[in-house]
Write a protein that binds this ligand. Structure first.
Ligand code: DON
Length: 319
C-alpha cells in the first residue's frame, strides 16, 4: 500500500514556470526537420509535417498548451495503453499478464518474428500482437457492446466523446494484411478465442479514434492521477490499474527503444504512428505531443525531443 501511494505523489513547478518551459520546448524543436511521416497507412502520408502541438496537464487539472495542441489526429498505438487499462479494470491484470505478458520483445511493433520466437506469446500489450489479443479480452455480451466498451472507456479517459476517423480506418483496413496475419497466427497458437477478422477490425477502429495533444495530456494525466480524470473528476480505473499500466508503458511503450527512452527521459510513455506521444509523470501530470515526422522505430522526432527537454526542465524524470 505504502509503495503504491508513493507512486502518485510529487508536484510540478509554479504555473508561470511550466507555461514558460512548455513554450520554450515548442520554440526549440518547431524548426527541427528530421524524421519521416508514416505512409504505410496511405491516408496518414497526407499529414502536414510542420504541425507541432504540446499540452501539459497537471493532476490538479492545470492546463498548459503551446502550438497546435488542438489539431486532430488518430490515436493509433497510443490506444493500446488505455485499452490495456480498461481490460485490466474489467478482468484483473493477472489474467492479462498470463495471456499477453509484460516483457519487451526487442523487435518492431508489427513483428511476426517476435510471435514465432516466443511460441505465440505476444509478450506485451503495446505491440500489435499483444494489443490485438488485449482488445479480444474485453468482456462484453456482443461484438458491438465490446466496441462500445472500448470507445466509451477511452472517451472517459479523454473526458469527451471520441469518434472514429472513417477515412483513416478504411485506409488501414485496405492495407493491414500484416495485422490480419498476426491475428491468424495468434489464433493458430490458441491465444485468440474470437474471430480474428472481427478483432482486427475492432483494433483498427480503436487506432482510428480522433484525439488532440490536449486529449492525450488529459488521458495521461488520468493515469498520473491514479485513475481519476483531473478535468472531469471521474474515476476511470482503479489506482492499481493505473500503476500496472504505467509499468508496462515504462518497459514497452516506446517499443524496442523503451530502454533508451527510459534512460534518456525516464518516464512511462506511449507513441503512435500518426505522431502522437503521451508521457506520464506519476503524481504530477502528463504531456501530450503531436508532430507527424517519425524516427525508424515509429516514434515522433519532435515529440521525443520535447519530452526529453521538459522531463529534465520540469523535474518529471522518475530517476
Ligand atoms: O496497427 C498499426 O500498425 C497501427 N494502427 C498502429 C501502429 C502504431 O501506431 C505504432 N506506433 N508507433
Amino acid at each position: 500500500e505504502g509503495v503504491r501511494q508513493r507512486a502518485f505523489t510529487g508536484s510540478l513547478p509554479g504555473q508561470g514556470r511550466v507555461d514558460e518551459l512548455l513554450h520554450e520546448a515548442h520554440a526549440r524543436y518547431a524548426a527541427l526537420q528530421d524524421g519521416v511521416v508514416a505512409d504505410y497507412i496511405p491516408v496518414l502520408a497526407r499529414a502536414d509535417p510542420d504541425r507541432f502541438g504540446l499540452s501539459l496537464i497537471g493532476v490538479d487539472g492545470a492546463t498548459y498548451e503551446a502550438g497546435a495542441a488542438d489539431d486532430a489526429f488518430t490515436i493509433q498505438s497510443i490506444s493500446k495503453a488505455f485499452v490495456f487499462a480498461l481490460v485490466c479494470e474489467e478482468i484483473g491484470h493477472r489474467a492479462v499478464h498470463e495471456r499477453v505478458g509484460v516483457n519487451n520483445t526487442g523487435l518492431p511493433f508489427n513483428s511476426v518474428m517476435a510471435l514465432e520466437l516466443n511460441l505465440g506469446s505476444p509478450m506485451n500489450p503495446m505491440v500489435n500482437a499483444g494489443a490485438i489479443a488485449t482488445t479480444a479480452m474485453m468482456p462484453a455480451a456482443s461484438h458491438d457492446a465490446r466496441w462500445e466498451a472500448i470507445r466509451s472507456g477511452l472517451s472517459r479517459f479523454a473526458g469527451r466523446e471520441l469518434a472514429v476517423d472513417t477515412e483513416v480506418y478504411e485506409s488501414e483496413m485496405r492495407t493491414n494484411t500484416r495485422n490480419r496475419a498476426i491475428a491468424r497466427l495468434l489464433e493458430g497458437y490458441g491465444r485468440l478465442e474470437r474471430d480474428p477478422a472481427a478483432i482486427v477490425d475492432m483494433y483498427t477502429r480503436q487506432c482510428a479514434l480522433v484525439v488532440t495533444a490536449h486529449d492525450l495530456a488529459v488521458m495521461g494525466a488520468t493515469l498520473a492521477d491514479g485513475g481519476v480524470n483531473p478535468i472531469t473528476g471521474v474515476r476511470v480505473v482503479a489506482e492499481e490499474v493505473a500503476r500496472d499500466t504505467l509499468t508496462v508503458l515504462a518497459s514497452c511503450g516506446m517499443y524496442e527503444r523503451s530502454g533508451e527512452w527510459l534512460f534518456e527521459i525516464g518516464l512511462p510513455a506511449k507513441s503512435g504512428v500518426s505522431g502522437g506521444i503521451v508521457a506520464i509523470s506519476p503524481g504530477k501530470g502528463a504531456l501530450g505531443s503531436f508532430s507527424p515526422p517519425l524516427d525508424p522505430a515509429g516514434n515522433s522526432v519532435r515529440g521525443q525531443r520535447a519530452c526529453a527537454f521538459l522531463s529534465r526542465a520540469l523535474g518529471l524524470n522518475l530517476f
